[in-house]
Design a protein around this ligand. Structure first.
Ligand code: OTU
Length: 620
């Protein structure tokens, strides 16, 4: 039977001590893996041989897994909901901005601990293309750390120190594309047919033109179109022309990338942010996003991780409409990723601020289903990318509004239009009537940069706290973006760097500000005010099981339009005022305000942009 052959190939390379464990995992996950791979690649002539070789390579990576990581695997297998706790907190940073190098990042562990961080996402740190490389998202070698940032030994040292500090390292795994100077691309340029088959290349414009009829564009201004002239024809490149999409219809791509992921896992990376997952499979006549095969590829990767490294988490980065998101978290009987970015929630929070109303935000929450066990959303306020408005098209139209006009209004608002407090930039659209994305640091978008009075500064900080409060209380794994905890403002220096000048996402990619960091305890400084209030929320959150990612969430519809009222479980309510006007909310029964211990009975008036976390009963 094929099934036994598969397991045997893996078991053959394992030491005796690991056999029983492997057999147990194979019994559960091997049939799933086999079915998925047969569905994707079963038509290939040499499928059985390919599958056998894949299993043997998985066996070798299993055998090579360091003992401390195997222990972690065992612990997490026994406690698969470990990452849903309200004690989990993420932090995201560029290595070069936060610590200079991987070793420099290790020096910041005490700061991460001070915040209660248990999950650190370091943006791309593997060897990237020389010259322009999309902030490291054009990888030339997945098996080597970018020399300017350190070495593979530094990476292992960092993951070890982080693990000892109770912090899981998350790394990007950019599996949709590689740089045009990756070994495969270089070999393809030199005429190697097998290497060429790792990419999607077409001899002339016929197929590209047919695909383009229904494809979207991620960077319409700086990288129009989805194909690049190369290899004597046209190569599929969804993002920048130097990022070549991989051909996942070729099983060699799948097996090579699966092994690559496991090699990184064996260096101690515990979470993989699977970049651009929506784009993995192309289909003519569609936008080539969210295709069933893309999900099958992710499910197959999950089965592999469940067999070889079950302590590892997969996180989907799919910036897609809300209705397409849940599929990335799989279902009870089809496991996919453990975590997925809730980009609709993030964008809707900002939209609610600009509209001073929660209509779209509520619609997003209504469209957010309960998840299968051991899966969670990732909540965030800002990240290294733009706030993409298009994911909200359905929700923005739900009340009969013109979605395009509505989202374009938000985009203008955050670019600092007349009457706006924000300092940001519209991303990738010169047309003021179209919406694409908005860039800027959270603090600048919330009004801090342009605040010209104490009162304006206080309001900006409240907006910043409000959005962080939403991320912390929604029921998700919240991830802070470096600098936001200190209310860092826009960095305009990118305009002077020719390779970055056309990409305003660099506004929100500043160097870590030491001065603000030193002021983090100073109640008279905006950095200190933001930092201290954030820490209060983080600490409070840790005390309430009701704020765990998997605790039930109910949208309360009795709040005024400007107020978001979310119940968490039976005894916890969070109230958030997204407007600059006071708002009244009628409470039923007696509640304790967790922030200050006061007892509330009956009506509550929320100050502009105020947030309250209330617990039923009088516990103070
Ligand atoms: C991801 O993002 C990364 O986060 C970006 O930094 C990279 O440039 C990009 O992939 C290519 O590697 O569509 O779902 O609109 O949201 O580029 C994945 C900007 C993506 C990002 C988009 C993106």
């Amino acid at each position: 039977m094929l099934s036994n052959v598969m397991s045997d190939r893996l078991l053959a390379v394992l030491p005796d001590a690991l056999r029983a464990q492997a057999l147990r995992r194979l019994a559960v996950h091997e049939p799933v893996l086999r079915k998925l791979l047969a569905g994707l690649y079963g038509q290939q002539a040499d499928f059985d041989a390919w599958l056998g070789a894949l299993m043997a390579s998985l066996g070798e990576l299993y055998a090579a897994r360091p003992a401390p990581l195997r222990e972690l695997d065992a612990q997490r297998e026994a406690q698969p909901e470990w990452f849903l706790s309200q004690r989990m907190l993420g932090y995201c940073a560029y290595v070069q901005n936060f610590g200079g190098t991987l070793n420099g990042v290790a020096e910041r562990i005490p700061y991460l601990r001070e915040m209660g961080v248990s999950y650190l996402h370091l943006l791309p740190f593997l060897r990237a293309r020389e010259g322009e490389n999309d902030g490291g998202f054009a990888v030339s070698d997945f098996d080597d750390v970018e020399p300017a940032l350190g070495s593979n030994a530094d990476l292992v040292a960092l993951t070890t120190r982080l693990r000892e500090a109770g912090i899981s390292l998350c790394s990007d795994f950019i599996l949709n594309h590689v740089a045009d100077d990756h070994a495969w691309a270089l070999a393809a340029k030199a005429g190697d047919e097998q290497a060429r088959a790792m990419f999607l290349c077409y001899p002339d414009r016929e197929m590209p033109d047919r695909y383009e009829r229904t494809l979207g564009q991620v960077f319409p201004q700086v990288a129009p179109g989805n194909f690049t002239p190369a290899l004597g024809g046209w190569v599929w490149s969804t993002f920048y022309p130097y990022q070549w999409d991989l051909n996942y219809a070729n099983p060699a791509v799948f097996s090579a990338m699966a092994a690559t992921l496991l090699r990184l896992a064996n260096r101690g990376i515990e979470v993989f942010r699977l970049d651009s997952t929506a784009f993995l499979w192309k289909r003519e006549g569609t936008n080539s996003m969210n295709q069933p095969e893309a999900h099958q590829i992710l499910q197959a990767l999950r089965a592999i991780v469940d067999i070889v490294a079950p302590g590892v988490l997969l996180k989907a980065e799919a910036i897609v409409p809300t209705r397409e998101l849940p599929a990335y978290l799989g279902s009870a009987d089809a496991r996919e990723c453990h975590i997925a970015y809730h980009s609709s929630l993030m964008a809707a929070g900002w939209l609610a601020l600009s509209e001073q109303g929660t209509g779209v935000l509520r619609e997003v929450i209504r469209n957010t289903p309960t998840l299968p066990p051991s899966a969670t959303w990732l909540s965030y306020v800002r990240c290294h990318d733009d706030i993409g408005w298009n994911v909200l098209r359905a929700e923005a139209a739900a009340d009969g509004s013109d979605a395009t006009a509505r989202l374009a209004r938000a985009s203008r608002f955050f670019a600092g239009a007349e009457g706006s407090y924000a300092a940001g930039a519209a991303f990738q659209s010169t047309d003021p009537n179209a919406a694409h994305g908005s860039n800027g640091s959270a603090a600048s978008l919330a009004g801090l940069e342009r605040a010209d009075s104490e009162a304006a500064r206080a309001l900006a900080l409240r907006r910043l706290q409000l959005l962080h409060g939403l991320a912390l209380s929604f029921g998700a794994l919240p991830v802070l973006y470096m600098g936001d905890e200190l209310a860092m403002e826009n960095d305009y220096s990118y305009r002077h760097r020719p390779q970055h000048a056309m990409d305003s996402r660099w506004l929100q990619r500043p160097l870590f500000d030491q001065a603000r960091w030193r002021a983090r305890d100073d109640a008279g400084d905006s950095a200190g005010q933001m930092y201290q209030s954030l820490l209060r929320m983080v600490r409070l959150r840790r005390q309430h099981d009701a704020l765990a990612a998997n605790a039930p969430r109910t949208l309360l519809d009795d709040a005024p339009d400007a107020v978001l009222a979310l119940a968490r479980g039976e005894r916890f309510v969070t109230l958030m005022n997204f407007s600059g006007e006071p708002q009244a909310y009628a409470l039923q029964g007696r509640w304790t305000d967790c922030m200050d211990g006061s007892i509330l009975d009956g009506a509550l008036t929320l100050a502009p942009y105020a947030m309250h976390w209330l617990e039923r009963g009088a516990t103070a």
